[in-house]
Structures are given as C-alpha cells and as structure tokens.
Design a protein around this ligand. Structure first.
Ligand code: FO1
Length: 327
C-alpha cells in the first residue's frame, strides 16, 4: 500500500512515527511525506527548514523529544557567540548540532542542488524510513499580518512578519489578521510530489496546523487539484480537540482565515471536495453529525498522541476509515 502524508512540524512528525509503527507488519507498504517548507527561514546566511528537519529528526531518532524540535543533547555555544557579536536575531534557538544540518543544506543549495536533492542527501544520514519530499523546490515563506504589540516601535500598526517571528518571538500572542504563503503562486511542486499523489492508495492529513502547514502545502499550484482528483481515500485527523489545538497556535491562524476553532469547522474548511474521511477526538463526538452533513465520513476516536503507541492506534483508525470510505 502506498501512503502519502502531508506533514507540518511536531504534530505531523509524531503522527508519522505512529504510522510507521502501525504499518510495519503490512508488506509492501511505503510512506511518502510531502513536507511543508513555508516555515523555512534564512538566518546567519543559512537556510533553516524547521518542518522538514522535525520530520527527519523525529523519524531518524535525533529529535529533542521534550521540545519536539531541534537535536537531542543540544548545546547553544554558537548561538551565545553570535549574540555576543550582536548578530541577531536572538529569539530563534539554533543549537550547535542543528547548525550542521543548516550548513550542509546551504552548502549544497549554493552548489546548485535543489532542496529536494538536499533533503534526500540529509535523509541518507538519518534514514527516516519514509521518502521525505519538500512540497516545492521554490522559495515559499509564510508571513503573518499582525498588529504591532504595545511597547514595540510602531505599536498598533499593521505589519507582516515571518511566521517564525510570529510563532517564536511573539508566541502567537498578537492578533493575526492574515496568513500569506509568499511565493506560493509562482512555485511548482517539487519533483516527485504530483507523481506520489497520483500513485497513492491513500492520502492522509495528520493533525498538523490546517492553515500554516497543510494549508501551505495545498497552496502550491497543482497539489490541491492532484489530491482532489487522485480518486483514492483522503482521510484527515483533527488538530483541534475540544475547541482548542492540542499543541501550537492553530486557533490563532484559523481565526485569521475566518475558521472557528472546532474539529468540525476544520473539516468543513478542507471541504468534501478534498476530504473523504475525518477523525475527531472522542471529546468531539457531538461533531460527527455536522461533519457527515458536510459529506465527509466521520468517526470519533482518541486523538491524543501521548506516546508512539497512541499515535499508532490513531494511524490504524485513519487507515481503517480510508478502507471504509473506499468500499
Ligand atoms: N520553536 C520555538 O518555539 N522556539 C525556538 O527557539 C525554536 C527554534 C527552532 C530551531 C530549529 C527548528 O527546526 C525549529 C525550531 N522551533 C522553535 C520550532 C519551529 O518554530 C516549529 O517547528 C515550526 O516552524 C512550526 O511547526
């Protein structure tokens, strides 16, 4: 069975760890991950790809489990030295071991390799057990229109900031008025992306951020259409449980795009043209009817990824729903 998964950062990576565990005993199963690159940021002359690295490190065994991003057993001496020179920004925590990934990536990009080839080379070391494709080799950066907070120069004014500044420096604590994947409309899907979707037996939307992760991948021209026309079950898992995101700031960016923070509203946001099935948490069992009214098969199952076994069970339920929809 060929499985394609659109993945963002921490939630997507943890789901994938469960999915790998769930399918180990199913012969001939392979997983292709289409990773979000809208979170990418250029710092100190280096290209950092948070969502690709989080998937690669999590599945390759190098992730810092407690933070959910960056490398385990990390130190921050280079970061301290940069700060000593007044070389900003200081708010993004790049660790010494993590820097090696960005140096190798930037070196290869400068030598002319596309991001997809670079990602493949980095994965040679990590052996994530999935094929990890960036959604595009072209530069796409998610920017967020905010109101500058009090106490900052330009307080009260509207300004666009890089997603990482919104999420890491501002802790998503300011109103987000719009989310824009800058460059998406001129971008192309990376080599292999459309082919993987066309060859898939099932396509999964893990509990990643529906706006800045899954939404950004769907904003790459051709991707949404390819999924809608793939003719195979597309099943998603709600990142919203009981009206709040399990992790991160999905509620803030959902508001920016006018979507209520509920499991049902996210399913409706994706739409029945895209989604065939949707898993909500047992806490949202009352949402099942509304989702089914939207033409999307819906089941209520435990969706808290408390450990890899719980994530594996969620993956099994998603695959089971896909088979139910296929029938
Ligand atoms: N998230 C934080 O909340 N604080 C950080 O300092 C931070 C640093 C960082 C460095 C490398 C990396 O790959 C990810 C990092 N993240 C950090 C997480 C990142 O903001 C998120 O993983 C995504 O961009 C959202 O999924």
């Amino acid at each position: 069975m060929r499985i394609v998964v659109l993945a963002g950062g921490i939630g997507g990576a943890r789901f994938l760890r469960g999915l790998k565990r769930a399918v180990t005993d199913i012969d001939g199963t392979d997983i292709t991950v289409i990773g979000n690159t809208g979170d990418d940021i250029h710092l100190f002359g280096l290209k950092v790809c948070p969502d690709l690295d989080t998937v690669m490190y999590t599945l390759g065994g190098g992730i810092d489990e407690e933070r959910g991003w960056g490398r385990t057993d990390e130190t921050f001496r280079v970061k301290e030295e940069l700060a000593a020179y007044g070389a900003g920004p200081g708010w993004f925590g790049l660790g010494d071991r993590d820097f090696a990934t960005h140096i190798v990536r930037t070196q290869m990009l400068a030598a002319g390799y596309p991001l997809s080839a670079v990602t493949e080379a980095l994965c040679d070391r990590w052996q994530p057990g999935v094929r990890l494709l960036p959604m595009s080799d072209d530069r796409i950066e998610t920017h967020v229109a905010i109101t500058v907070p009090d106490g900052e120069e330009g307080a009260g004014e509207r300004r666009a900031v890089h997603f990482q500044e919104f999420w890491v420096r501002l802790r998503a604590a300011v109103p987000a008025h719009a989310v824009v994947p800058v460059g998406a409309d001129q971008a192309k899907p990376a080599p292999g992306v459309l082919e993987a979707i066309a060859a898939a037996d099932v396509i999964l939307f893990p509990p990643s951020n529906p706006v800045v992760s899954i939404g950004t991948i769907l904003a790459v021209p051709g991707v949404r259409e390819a999924i809608a026309e793939a003719g195979v079950p597309v099943v998603g898992l709600s990142p919203i449980v009981g009206g709040a995101p399990v992790r991160g700031m999905a509620d803030k960016v959902l508001a920016a795009v006018g979507v209520e923070s509920s499991a049902a509203a996210v399913a409706e946001h994706y739409g029945s043209g895209l989604l065939d099935g949707w898993l909500v948490d047992t806490a949202d069992a009352d949402a099942v009817d509304r989702v089914e009214q939207a033409g999307i098969r819906c089941r209520a199952v435990p969706l808290m990824m408390s450990d890899p076994d719980a994530a594996a069970e969620m993956a099994r339920r998603a695959l089971a729903l896909a088979e139910e929809v296929r029938a």
